[in-house]
Design a protein around this ligand. Structure first.
Ligand SMILES: Cc1ncc(COP(=O)(O)O)c(C=O)c1O
Length: 441
């Protein structure tokens, strides 16, 4: 082969891609080969504005020097240490840094490798907590329709996504679901909708049905992201908290998306002023650079396990890579970057400009709803009759061709840019979307 000839592309068939239309992709691949700041570079040399922070995770943008350097250094210093019965300093440092960033009642941090694992971990902690306190009969778990809690069996059981229920068997038993928080009368609301706090009352009905003393935990995303940016109506989260407290049920906030600045505060719990008992995180914890997740627990929950003989393992749970040294180093550098650059405050400051730009698209064809909060936005399109998801997917492909990465779920376009976004990027993103929407069939 001549030296100046481009090597033949890899065979694309072996990699069975996750959550991807594999056949469509492999006919017309979309490849990123590098990234910096707000932009990806494609294999054909184009810049693509990152309108989604990767997958809601690169909150500090791409190729951030502190994070890159921390990973390099850590790989050459301590590549791996056993996670069980042994420690290394950076995992402890990172746990303290996460605790210091979290609202007050959260004192302890359990490391995982993903959002899905954080969810499984939180559900297991909830069940084991009740048992440790002599309430082992509390085994029922409550999720919510249109909730997304990752892809493992606990998460898809408490989640409320039809495809999971169709394809993956009978799932966990003893699970009920609250109704989704999305009401048509709230269409085109800016920020938190007015109507729907009453939807939380359904929890009382579930309690009456099963006996509240049999319910271990309620898990919700404070703001549902992956199923299309569904916001909690005003008063809704407060009501859930009130009912859970009344009946001794644990409240878990799945903050895999909302954690680490997305709404302009460290966590959505802080943003909404409602404190759960457990918080699940991942994504922004390491800026998406290295897989890592974490579950935050209050002292009350943690301390309930710290009984019995001291040589005994208190929580029978953990992962080979819990608190992995390189992930911990990446996490520490990520949190430092957020702090030094004031990125959460920046998200809060930019939110009104983002909101105005997003809602200005309301007059585009096919748009039936627009929703937003912090640096998150959603544009819901009228589905093509008989071909749901097709219109939004076409918008995704066209936006990519025009240099913007967006995400779609059903017929909803979801946007969640890195928190380093500038007003000029916001203009570029919404300008491109206007062109894309205007040209759509
Ligand atoms: C709320 C929520 N929980 C859990 C997950 C699963 O995270 P992961 O893909 O890291 O397993 C996601 C992913 O988008 C999420 O949004």
């Amino acid at each position: 082969m001549a030296l100046d000839r481009k090597p033949a592309p890899n065979d694309l068939s072996a990699f069975w891609m996750p959550f991807t239309a594999n056949r469509q992709f492999k006919k017309a691949p979309r490849m990123f080969v590098s990234a910096d700041g707000m932009f990806y570079k494609t294999d054909d040399g184009r810049d693509v504005l990152d309108g989604t922070a990767g997958l809601w995770c690169c909150n500090a943008g791409h190729n951030r020097p502190k994070i890159v350097e921390a990973i390099r250094q850590q790989a050459g210093e301590l590549d791996y240490a056993p996670a069980f019965q042994m420690g290394h300093p950076k995992a402890f440092e990172l746990a303290s840094a996460v605790r210091d960033m979290a609202p007050e009642p959260f004192e302890h941090v359990f490391f995982t490798n993903s959002g899905s694992e954080s969810v499984e971990t939180a559900l297991k902690i909830a069940l084991a907590y009740h048992r440790a306190r002599g309430e082992g009969q509390r085994t029922r778990l409550i999720g919510r329709e249109r909730g997304y809690h990752g892809v493992n069996f606990g998460g898809i059981s408490v989640g409320g996504i039809v495809n999971n229920r169709k394809f993956f068997g009978s799932l966990l038993t003893g699970v009920d679901h609250l109704p989704a928080t999305h009401l048509p009368e709230n269409a085109m609301t800016r920020g938190q909708p007015e109507h729907g706090a009453w939807l939380a009352e359904e929890l009382e009905a579930i309690c009456t049905l099963h006996g509240p003393e049999n319910i271990a935990a309620v898990i919700v995303e404070p703001m549902a992201g992956s199923t299309g940016v569904l916001l909690p109506p005003k008063g809704y989260l407060e009501k859930l908290r009130e009912i859970c407290t009344k009946h001794g049920i644990l409240l878990i906030f799945d903050e895999v998306i909302t954690g680490f600045g997305r709404l302009g505060s460290s966590f959505a719990a802080e943003h909404f002023g409602v404190m759960p008992d457990l918080i699940t995180t991942a994504k922004g914890l390491t800026n998406g650079v290295i897989p890592m997740g974490a579950v935050l627990a209050t002292a009350e929950i943690h301390d309930a396990f710290m009984t019995g003989p001291e040589h005994m393992i208190e929580l029978f749970h953990g992962y080979t890579y819990s608190g992995n040294p390189i992930a911990s180093a990446a996490g520490l550098a990520t949190l430092q970057t957020y702090r030094e650059e004031g990125l959460f405050e920046r998200a809060a400051e930019l939110a009104p400009y983002w909101e105005d730009g997003l809602h200005a698209l309301a007059d585009c064809p096919h748009v039936i709803d627009i929703r937003n909060m912090g640096l998150i936005g959603a544009i819901e399109l009228e589905p093509i009759a008989g071909a749901p998801t097709k219109r939004a997917f076409q918008a995704f492909l066209n936006a990519y061709d025009k240099g913007c990465l967006i995400r779609t779920t059903g017929d909803i376009i979801a946007l969640s840019p890195p928190l380093i976004i500038e007003k000029s990027h916001i203009d570029q993103l919404f300008g491109t979307l206007r062109d894309v929407l205007t040209a759509l069939d």
